[in-house]
Design a protein around this ligand. Structure first.
Ligand SMILES: C[S@@+](CC[C@H](N)C(=O)[O-])C[C@H]1O[C@@H](n2cnc3c(N)ncnc32)[C@H](O)[C@@H]1O
Length: 310
């Protein structure tokens, strides 16, 4: 019977493409007995098209494509004002002629929130922990700030300084002051209209974060913070054993150390209450905005304003 079937298939117009012949061989009948692991089996991932292990970069691009297609005209305008975004050759998709990478997508979201809440023209901004400088790049490309101060580790400034010099016009670049943490005391007498911290308070020693929040309480009028609402174990990443020490440090740093399920929106919303309490500089401040900060499920953003001081 089997032979007859094979002959029929061979001789008729119902030939099977070779890729399917090899996929057919992958089927392990045991996998279907209790259905325990069917939907994570190699066979399953061959008859579907979305194995997360092999599609990592494609998923990133699918995400960018989806979110990029939903940007508003105002957000496209923010994006196109940020020149030289492709320095460093990031992974991008192209939407309406604009190349979009993950970092500048985040920056566009962040400034969409910020510009609704505060006019940054002629203002003095402080950013704590700026990474390679994407936020500074996005803000200075979209607002005529008076000054932009970055406080960071010396090692990071050795990256953000040349990056920002390369991507910004010289008139914007000259507005930036780079302050390594060892010179932080030099800022004691300075006043800022806005302090920004994105994705860094979760990675610093608790006392350091408290010190920064005290500084903001005294020296800043507004405070934008975007960070994870809790700690999580990287269960989706398979090979983490080689990095056990770093992971252990990451799980213990910052002032929010509660574990949450980052794939559960109710747990995230619950944890956000603690987030807004912990980052409120003092009773002299009011929370004027808070929300989930897409695309990362467990990132939250809050904007606090000092009461009666402008
Ligand atoms: C994950 S990166 C985020 C960078 C950037 N905000 C972004 O979202 O792309 C964390 C940043 O915090 C900085 N950082 C770590 N410890 C710090 C400290 N004690 N004071 C200031 N910045 C610090 C790191 O150097 C890095 O720039």
């Amino acid at each position: 019977m089997k032979q007859l079937n094979e002959r029929y298939i061979k001789e008729s117009k119902m030939q099977i493409d070779e890729q399917w012949t090899s996929i057919n061989k992958l089927k392990d009948d045991d996998a279907l007995k209790d259905w325990e692991a069917f939907k994570v089996s190699p066979y399953f991932y061959r008859i579907t098209t979305w194995d997360p292990a092999t599609n990592g970069l494609r998923y990133l691009k699918i995400l960018l494509y989806n979110l990029g297609s939903r940007l508003t005209p105002q957000q496209f305008n923010f994006l196109s004002n940020i020149k030289n975004r492709t320095v460093g050759n990031p992974n991008t998709v192209t939407i309406e002629g604009e190349e979009l990478c993950y970092d500048y997508l985040q920056s566009v979201y962040e400034i969409t929130t910020l510009f609704k809440l505060i006019d940054l023209n002629n203002r003095n901004i402080l950013e704590i922990g700026a990474g390679y400088g994407r936020t500074c790049h996005a803000i200075l490309s979209n607002a005529e700030c008076r000054s932009y101060t970055i406080v960071d580790l010396e090692e990071r400034i050795s990256v953000s300084r040349p990056y920002l010099k390369k991507v910004l016009d010289s008139s914007d670049y000259e507005k930036i002051t780079f302050t390594p943490i060892t010179n932080f005391d030099n800022l004691k007498e300075k006043r800022f209209d806005l302090t920004i911290q994105i994705d860094g308070f979760n990675e610093m020693v608790k006392g350091v974060v408290e010190n920064y929040i005290n500084f903001i309480n005294t020296n800043s009028l507004n405070f934008y913070v975007k960070n994870p609402v809790g700690k999580y174990r990287n269960t989706e990443v398979r090979d983490t054993a080689h990095d056990a020490h770093t992971i252990d440090r990451a799980l213990n740093s910052g002032i929010i150390t509660d574990f949450i399920d980052i794939n559960n929106n109710r747990e995230i919303a619950e944890a956000s209450r603690n987030f807004t309490t912990v980052f409120k500089p003092s009773e002299r401040w009011e929370l004027v905005h808070e929300s989930w900060a897409p695309p990362v499920s467990h990132c939250w953003e809050s904007f606090f304003k000092k009461i009666n001081e402008e």
